[in-house]
Ligand binder design. Sequence first.
Ligand code: NDP
Length: 330
Amino acid sequence: MPDHFQGYQINKTEAGQTCELKQLSDDDLMEGDVTIRVEYSTLNYKDGLALTGKSPVVRKFPLTPGIDFSGTVISSDHDRFKTGDRVVLNGFGVGEVHSGGYAQKARVNGDWLVHLPDSIDLRQAMAIGTAGYTAMLCVMALEHHGIVPDSGDLLVTGASGGVGSVAVAILNKLGYRVVATTGRMEEKDYLRGLGAADVIDRKDFSEKARPLYKELWAGAVDVAGGNTLANVLSQIKYGGAVAACGLADSMELPASVAPFILRGVTLYGIDSVTAPMNKREVAWKRLAEDLDMKLLEDLSFDLSFNDLPKAAEQILEGKIRGRAIVKLPD
Ligand code: NDP
């Protein structure tokens, strides 16, 4: 592969943060022991914050954003990887403090890379992306808690978004009855297509929560935080659990301890960024088994590499449905 390649680069100037698509060279690659030809990336909420500069996600300059990518190893000094291996990367500060997926080439620490399971191709890997892998971590937390399909209905918030869409699809395939909340009731058919048995308006979860409501859900996947998570907690059945991974509503948690001390509810925090390697490998293996690849195709769409800045604004406005797949230029 030539020494020069295309990529986005974020810089900090006195006027603020700039982001441009430009010609980069091998000198722009960061330290690491594996160099990868990036084939696909995607757009996550955090990428939206990085590309627009609306939140200080990027903390090293200049930097190529993109918190995840899939690709093929060009060269490696790492004992787990060799030229030609198919790899996927999520987290570890990539796209934040280490250059990431929005360039045709990346150089990273091999300890951050996961070998892609044979049955997942490079494009599917980014249809899944950080959002799908995080959805799997949420499902694994609920399973670890002992929740099974017979435990009762599960709730997924922000269901039209990336994490939510994949969570609905996985849970449905595993035999759970899934209820989806959304702010976009016009997406009801889409959510039913992914396997939601019922779809409810997220405005029912937007006001300040009472300490306890009627027990409705055996468990939940929450991407929203804020009043949404507080309301969800107050509706969890005795002994149930919530896997919380996001802050699409708010970083705050204006909740009561009542669900914890009166109903024995457990709140699991899900972190995908620094999750240990053994957990990552299990999650990717489980995605290969428990995510219907036909549904994955239905919930994803192709986003042009050149349109990333525009789409970044849209994901922050909650206007992106499902998962965006970004093919890097050939
Ligand atoms: P998306 O933007 O694709 O989805 C978020 C969804 O949340 C939206 O589509 C919308 O769904 C819903 N939503 C938006 N605003 C609100 C609101 N005010 N109140 C309630 N719901 C709202 O993002 P992702 O799915 O990629 O990520 C979801 C969250 O998870 C983000 O906060 C992200 O930062 C976080 N995250 C955390 C990770 C971790 O490691 N902990 C990893 C990956 C993501 P709808 O229209 O259907 O209501």
